[in-house]
Design a binder for this molecule. Structure first.
Ligand SMILES: [Mg+2]
Length: 234
């Protein structure tokens, strides 16, 4: 494959946001009868857009209640859980080495975009707060703007189109199985990323099973590989 562009997922790849608020969300759900721990929450929902996340959570709530949740109960549960997550938003950190990976990408002459399941307003604030903007703007795309969230390929195809690069020449960096599946469905090469704080045991195998051709422990390893692959083509 000839790499013509790099598409970055945001949460868990650039910003260590997945792990923030996880305990709070799990506790909130525990109080409502769920028996999911943090790793179960990550396994079920990481990388999914809110609409799908909500639908699956509400369905599981029906199992907990022994009957379908009412619309009001569903709203209370989902919004309450998001609120529990948001309480610790200020603790969010950049993933170590993420800026350097963008700098290497730029130095290699590759255009780049961020393609995320996060809502556009949240995504914009993360991109600006952690200083990714200078590398990647204006190519910051939320799945809000396409018909289907990950694992559908829409947001990656949209990003490739905006960059003017054919999907088969786009490299995707992803930390969630659904994100990996989305990249594969878009016809792109996907590298799995384990450098986020939420990557529990077995995560590497799950990314490989979803179709990641390589899996990396941190950004330094990604940079080395990117440079090596690009040098092969010179
Ligand atoms: Mg992610």
């Amino acid at each position: 494959m000839t790499i013509g562009a790099v598409l970055f997922d945001c949460d868990g790849v650039l910003v260590d946001s997945e792990v923030v608020g996880l305990e709070d969300s799990a506790e909130f759900l525990r109080q409502r009868g769920f028996d999911w721990g943090p790793s179960e929450l990550i396994r079920r929902f990481t990388g999914k857009r809110d609409d799908r996340f909500r639908a699956e959570l509400i369905e599981a709530y029906g199992d907990v209640l022994g009957r379908p949740a009412t619309e009001a109960e569903a709203d209370e549960l989902f919004e309450g859980m998001l609120e529990a997550r948001r309480l610790n938003k200020h603790k969010m950190q950049i993933v170590e080495g993420a800026i350097e990976t963008m700098a290497v990408t730029q130095r290699l002459g590759l255009p780049m975009a961020v393609a995320s399941s996060s809502r556009q307003e949240h995504l914009d604030s993360k991109i600006d707060r952690f200083r990714f903007a200078a590398f990647v703007r204006p190519h910051v795309y939320s799945a809000d703007r396409v018909a289907h969230g990950k694992p559908a390929p829409d947001i990656f195809l949209h990003s490739a189109e905006q960059l003017g690069i054919a999907p088969q020449n786009c490299l995707v960096l992803e930390d969630s199985p659904y994100g990996v599946m989305a990249g594969v469905a878009a016809g792109m090469e996907v590298w799995g990323f384990l450098g986020g704080g939420h990557c529990f045991d077995g995560h590497s195998e799950r990314l490989s099973a979803a179709g990641a051709v390589k899996v990396f422990d941190d950004h330094f390893a990604v940079q080395q590989e990117l440079i090596a692959v690009m040098e092969e083509h010179i």
